[in-house]
Design a protein around this ligand. Structure first.
Ligand code: C5P
Length: 207
């Protein structure tokens, strides 16, 4: 079974994707980490403005060495969204995502364009969303918990900026696939959101 989960930053899609993968015993790919890894290398090398270099970095990416703990910072999220708007970067990362999705038995992938571009054939597609304020609150707590100095206002601004860039770009923008089910997690706790996601996937995939 192939499950595609899309949605904006801090909507809860990553947590739901992980939980669904455990439940169905499927491999899971957080595709945001790929863009984050490219963004992080561009930052370190001072090459964020260089489109050609960012595409070269994407083509040479070692996907075995993706460390979520170091890649989930606010600065790297911002850099990821800059490089993710470039068609050559997206093209460089396309095939490895499709290969992951093609594994025997299926997989769970989460990102921005999984249901629309990477896996349009997915058995179940979820579009996970929540208000910008609630998403900012979640991200703020997460960053605070990791000791990253920031303010709620700065996080909210970052979320709004990222939403605008991810939705407004020409190449594979964040849009809901026509056959995706919306899951609004604004008023839901993790367990409620997971129960709703599971019910949707079971209904869509017939199990
Ligand atoms: O999901 P996460 O916040 O880790 O993603 C970081 C950035 O990577 C997003 O803001 C988005 O610009 C980009 N991304 C993307 N397509 C995906 C996954 C992430 O453009 N499939």
């Amino acid at each position: 079974m192939l499950i595609a989960i899309d949605g904006p930053a801090a909507s809860g899609k990553g947590t739901l994707a992980r939980r669904l993968a455990v439940h169905f015993r499927l491999p899971h790919l957080d595709t945001g980490l790929l863009y984050r890894a490219v963004g992080a290398q561009c930052l370190v090398r001072g090459l964020l403005a260089d489109e050609t270099a960012s595409a070269d970095i994407a083509r040479a990416l070692n996907t075995d060495a993706l460390n979520p703990d170091t890649l989930r910072t606010a600065d790297i999220g911002e850099a990821a969204s800059v490089v993710a708007a470039r068609p050559a970067v997206r093209a460089a990362l396309l095939e490895l995502q499709r290969q992951f999705a093609a594994q025997t038995g299926g997989a769970v992938l989460d990102g921005r364009d999984i249901g629309t571009v990477i896996c349009p054939q997915a058995d179940a597609k979820l579009f996970v969303t929540a208000t910008p304020e609630v998403r900012a609150q979640r991200r703020f707590r997460e960053l605070e918990g990791r000791g990253e100095a920031t303010s709620f206002g700065a996080v909210l601004e970052d979320i709004r900026k990222r939403d605008a860039r991810d939705s407004g770009r020409a190449s594979a923008p964040l849009v809901q696939a026509a056959d995706a089910v919306t899951l609004d997690t604004t008023a839901l706790g993790i367990e409620e959101a997971f129960a709703a996601a599971l019910a949707q996937v079971q209904a869509r995939a017939g199990r």
